[in-house]
Write a protein that binds this ligand. Sequence first.
Ligand code: 5RP
Length: 245
Amino acid sequence: MEGGLPGRLWSWGFGLFFVRKAGYPAAMNQDDMKKAAAQAALEFVPVGGVIGVGTGSTANYFIDYLATIKGRFDGAVASSIATAERLKKHGIPVFDLNEAGSLTVYVDGADETTIHRALIKGGGGALTREKIVAAASRSFVCIADEGKLVDVLGRFPLPIEVIPMARSLVAREIVTLGGEPVLRQGFQTDNGNVILDVHGLKILDPVALEERLNNITGVVTNGLFARRGADILLLGTKQGVRRLP
Ligand code: 5RP
C-alpha cells in the first residue's frame, strides 16, 4: 500500500496525519514502534540541564538514542536502578534527584494510555520512583507503541506498591473497590516493597481512583498517572509517530 515513499502523508482517522519519514519501516512490529517513539523523543531533550529517564523496554530504547546526543545535556536522574546502570554504561552522568533539583523533561513509557494521556504504569515495578521523577519534571513526554492506547484504562492490571506488612490489609481494601489483587511473585521493588497487580478494574474516573488508592494505609504509590498524566504522548504506529496533543 505505502510503497515506502519518504516524507509521504498518511491519514489515520479523525483527520489526523502522519509523516512517514525516510527509513520508516513499511512493516512495523511492536518493537519498531517503541523505537520510533523513543527516537522521536530526542527532540524534547533541551540543550543543557538534567532530564528524567524512565524504566522499561521503550525507555531503554530512548536511553540508547540518548547516548548519541549525550554532549547536549548535563545528565539524567533515573527512575530505577536498572535505568541508572544503563545510563552509566553509555557514559551519561546520573544525578541524585535531591542534588539535581527541578528537571526539564521526563521521558518514560507506559503500560496503557488514553487519548487524554492518563496512564497506567508500573509493569516493570518502578512506579514510585517514576512518579517522583515525573513530579519533579517540568514536562512529561510519554513514549509508547500504539498497542498501549485504550478507551478505558484497566485491561492492564493496575500495579500498586505496598509496604510488605500491609499487603493483606491493602488487598482487602482493594476487593471492596471491586478489584482482584494478585501479589507479584518473587518481586521486590527498588524501595524494598511488594507489588499488588489489580485485575478486573474498569477505570472510568482515573483521577478519583488514583486519589482513593493513595489514601489506603500501607499503599506507597499506585500506577495511575492521571492527576499528573503525560503532557505529550508520542505513539509509535504503523503509519508513523503520532503526537498528542
Ligand atoms: C515500568 C513502567 C514502564 O514504562 C511500562 O511497564 C512500559 O514498559 P515497556 O516500555 O517495556 O512496554 O511503567 O515500571
